[in-house]
Design a protein around this ligand. Sequence first.
Ligand code: VGL
Ligand code: ZN
Length: 186
Amino acid sequence: MEFRPGDALLVVDMQNDFCPGGALGVPEGDRIIPELNELMARAARLNIPIFVTRDWHPQNHVSFRDRGGIWPVHCVRETRGAAFHPDLKVPAGAAVISKATHPDKESYSAFGDTDLAERLRALKVRRLWVGGLALDYCVKESALDGQKLGFEIHVLRNLARAVNVKPGDDRLAVVEMSRAGVVIEP
Ligand code: VGL
Ligand code: ZN
């Protein structure tokens, strides 16, 4: 792919807890880091805005099993598990977007309860390239929301990995995004 003016790059939840060995490890989640690093470096050189999200939960977040949710405790803000993977090279100018910060609200989407849409509009962004974790949760919901908000969304399939709670969730996510008008890039 090639960046052009009006583009932005969104790197979703490349945090320790979503990588193998983490509290909610996504299979091969760390394998996409080198290519994401290259892409972020390329975007930075071209002055393409970069947004890097992080799941940033309070310790009593509603998505955790001890509160009736479906997930183990993960990405508790300020903890090691919530930190970006140490190999991820976030360029100096990138903006960090923290999401799902409210104890009683789940938000898989990078657009939920954040100012991401406003910031993209302020930068005159029309097209958004998306990669990261997890394809079947936060990447998918961010892509669907972005599309609804009027951005042209391109998901970089090879720069994302799925949790696959059920086998095939990755394929379902791709179908759902395609149907909504999201472009799935190889
Ligand atoms: C995510 C499960 C729970 C994600 C966040 O980033 O995809 N998945 N919280
Ligand atoms: Zn979460």
